[in-house]
Design a protein around this ligand. Structure first.
Ligand code: NAD
Ligand code: TYD
Length: 335
């Protein structure tokens, strides 16, 4: 089988390709990635010489390039996106361009080339925000209610994917996953920012009161969920993918990290809150468990510790990215 993976030099995409080449050694993968600030060839270094892997630098908004790489492809897995909420608040336009227009360009090319599957990787953020005292969980039935330029652009892309299924019969699937953590996540994002600051003995900035809740899923669990959907998922369906944590606040995540590093709460620094900051995400992933037999297998505490070890062991990877990552927070004032 021949797969086109977009955004495969990013966090989840590179973990997906690494997993897939090992799990299905006869498959061929083309990775189309623009290498924005978030795309790193260093994340693909260990598999870049695999004979079944090919990298093409290009933009998913460019119909010519997309048409070329789509030729002969069986399945498309679309990770390429602008993915950081804080950046979407500073510069929303590129989120609409890549996440909405780029997805449409891919969908058109997928249709022309009769692919057997177009899988779209999306987020739980399209469902909006829960209140802290609510017991509700997001599921496939939850109406969309995006509240940031990022989540609004992802919601629009999900709707386009569904529209291509209904209108043109393109064989699509969608996963809406919660917050991922693990190796090769850019130090701009919460957990790697905390870890790399603590390695450097720096304070860790917590937005607002730190009570915001996220559902955390280890990246390999997410990758395996996509595998299950590609192999056994029903065309036209959406699957919600979440982790093993019960309602854990940002402050609790920070405290766990401080314990791993043997540091005190003095390392916590409360900073200005994010504008429109979603309070809580919580997921009900019973559908993918029931229909496809997938469930998360990586326990948060254990894999958080292993993720810390990975960042300690792989400074070569994140150190060159750290200065640029912190520059974003010069702009937002969240330092
Ligand atoms: P990331 O920001 O780490 O990587 C995005 C990749 O896409 C980068 O390699 C970048 O160079 C590439 N890219 C960006 N614009 C492009 C364009 N116009 N053309 C081609 N390539 C382009 O993102 P991630 O965290 O790996 O997320 C991947 C996908 O998963 C995204 O669609 C995101 O919305 C979704 N998602 C992420 C999370 C999470 O916690 N990280 C959770 C749920 C869903
Ligand atoms: P992030 O990794 O940006 O993911 P998302 O906003 O898409 O969920 O942030 C996760 C949570 O951590 C979010 O509630 C914002 C918060 N946060 C901080 O408190 N401090 C930080 O330095 C960052 C980057 C995020």
């Amino acid at each position: 089988m021949r797969l086109l993976v977009t955004g495969g030099a990013g966090f989840i995409g590179s973990n997906f390709i690494r997993y897939w080449l090992k799990r299905y050694p006869n498959d061929k993968i083309i990775n189309l990635d623009k290498l924005t600030y978030a795309g790193h060839l260093s994340s693909t270094k260990d598999f870049s010489s695999n004979k079944n892997y090919k990298f093409v630098r290009g933009d998913i908004c460019n119909a010519r390039v997309v048409g070329e790489v789509m030729s002969g492809v069986d399945m498309v897995v679309n990770f390429a996106a602008e993915s950081h909420v804080d950046r979407s608040i500073v510069s929303p336009a590129v989120f609409i361009k890549t996440n909405v227009l780029g997805t449409q360009v891919l969908l058109d090319a997928a249709l022309k080339n009769n692919v057997t599957r177009f899988h779209h990787v999306s987020t739980d953020e399209v469902f909006g925000s829960l209140s802290l005292d609510s017991n509700e969980k997001f599921s496939e039935e939850t109406p969309y209610n995006p509240r940031s330029p990022y989540s609004a652009s992802k919601a629009a892309s999900d709707f386009l994917v569904r529209a291509y299924f209904i209108t043109y019969g393109l064989p699509v699937t969608i996963t809406n996953s919660s917050n991922n953590f693990g190796p090769f996540q850019d130090p701009e994002k919460f957990i790697p920012r905390m870890i790399t600051n603590l390695i450097d003995d720096k304070l860790i900035p917590i937005y607002g009161d730190g009570k915001n809740v996220r559902d955390w899923v280890y990246v390999l669990d997410h990758v395996k969920a996509i595998d299950a959907v590609l192999k056994r998922g029903k065309i036209g369906e959406t699957y919600v993918v979440g982790g093993m944590t019960e309602d854990i606040s940002n402050l609790e995540v920070a405290e766990k990290l401080l314990r791993i590093f043997g540091k005190t709460r003095k390392f916590i620094k409360f900073v200005k809150d994010r504008s429109g900051h979603d309070r809580k995400y919580s997921l009900d992933w019973r559908k993918i468990r029931k229909d496809l037999g997938w469930k998360p297998e990586h326990e948060f505490d254990v894999w958080l510790k292993k993720t810390v070890e990975w960042y300690k062991d792989n400074e070569w990877w994140w150190r060159p990215l750290k200065r640029r990552a912190e520059k974003l927070y010069d702009k937002t004032g969240q330092k």
